[in-house]
Write a protein that binds this ligand. Sequence first.
Ligand code: NAD
Length: 513
Amino acid sequence: MAVVERVETAASASDARRRLRLRNPATLDPIGEIEVQTEQDVRAAVECARKAQPSWAALRFEDRARYLARAVAILLERQDDFLDVIVSETGKPRAEALAVEIFAACDALSFYAKRAKRILAGRSMPVHLLKTKKLRISYRPLGVVGIITPWNFPFILSLNPTAQALMAGNTVVLKPSEVTPFSGRLVEDLFSAAGLPEGVFNLVQGDGETGAALLEAGVNKISFTGSVRTGRKVGEACGRNLVPFTLELGGKDPMIVCADADLERAANGAVFGAFSNAGQVCVSTERVYVVDSVADEFERKVVEKTGRLRQGAEGEFDVGPMIFADQLAIVEKHIEDALRKGAKVLAGGRRNPSYPGLFYEPTVLTNVTHEMEIMREETFGPVLPIMRVRDEEEALRLANDSRYGLNANVWTRDKRRGERLAKALESGSAVVNDCMLTYGITESPFGGVKESGIGQVNGEIGLRSFCHAQSILIDRFGAKSELLWYPYTAKKANLLRGVMRFLWGTPLGRLLS
Ligand code: NAD
């Protein structure tokens, strides 16, 4: 059973728009339908955003911030309504949705509302050689930003880049995942309730076709979060259209457990890192390397803690369903491949028969190798494969033996060792004695290396990436001519040689340059 399926239209209605029907992934109950928006719809939305952009950009930061602050107040007041929609569409535990979708949304909105003015303020920079010039950097909005998002955190991953793009003076066209369109619509509801001027935020609904249309609709930046496969297509289209883009893609995050780790904390962290949001987190812990001498105890603790997790569809529970049936099929394929190649199941290892929905039991595997898909491909489900290693150096080598490089975590009582290992990891970010957190630390730049992405979001770097840093160079003294202007003469060339000899050939010059 798919949670998103095409609604068949009568043959006579051949000109009718495609429609998609959505189901709750926990109960499989229908929750609504959407109409897939066409290329024309997308172009109209971009046009609308284009018209609204100059007056939005002309507002002072304080005025733009006021809309975001109003959005925070609305979220605080209507959080339960928002949670109802997110939970019905994803099946995730309400407490988890509250923390990762709503709390994080309030933080993102208020963080950028409060700080954008400082981060994007025009700056004067000293010019190190040509003292006759003054350099100013001005952060200009790009124009219309297209934002394309996935289904695993459908509200925050749509809202967070939107908040940044708006504070930077851009207008936005958002295309949320077709698997979770109603959480995408919440972003529209929120900004419309906050009184955002018409055309500043625009929503288009649909699947890959609608997303592909947005890439071709003349936007000035694409902020994409999703899979590597789609990310490549986005990169190709943006390359062809010469549109700047960021790609926040998949991961295969490693966890390294050193011999001196606090095993109780590490085991708790492993279980949380692997199973929260049913493992459907780009920065989930997807593979563990534990040093041999502590592996027995670590495994025992992990299995015991996994056994205590409550899977469920309502009330209090820890682990919800998979959100998307196709992803569940990938989880099953990876586990079958691992078992065929000699992996052993320590916990779980099957769909949960107690529920009708897309539930897979939290699963712990051991005896795994790098010949298995479960250690090499993004699984994006509630699976924790544990591999024993001789020492930390072997752990590091295996952790880096991956085409992904999003986030990683290291566990040791020696923080210096933790930092050394973190620096040696080929990953966009890393965490010592904790896991996943990075995206939620608003100050922190976030983005993968290798196939996990291009560019970074969040923090100062992320906010500035929604702008063009325009350089304005101003002549200070108004001399009638400059050394390097016409006419070129032997005398000028000799003078230049003299300057070069001084600047890079003498101690004083090197100091001044
Ligand atoms: P996906 O790539 O299938 O879809 C993402 C979005 O792209 C959806 O809105 C989809 O409709 C759209 N899309 C599909 N085809 C398109 C095309 N040709 N052109 C333009 N848009 C198109 O990803 P998904 O399955 O929704 O999400 C899961 C993936 O997202 C995982 O790989 C996960 O790791 C990744 N992810 C990454 C981050 C991060 O910040 N790095 C965060 C969350 C999820």
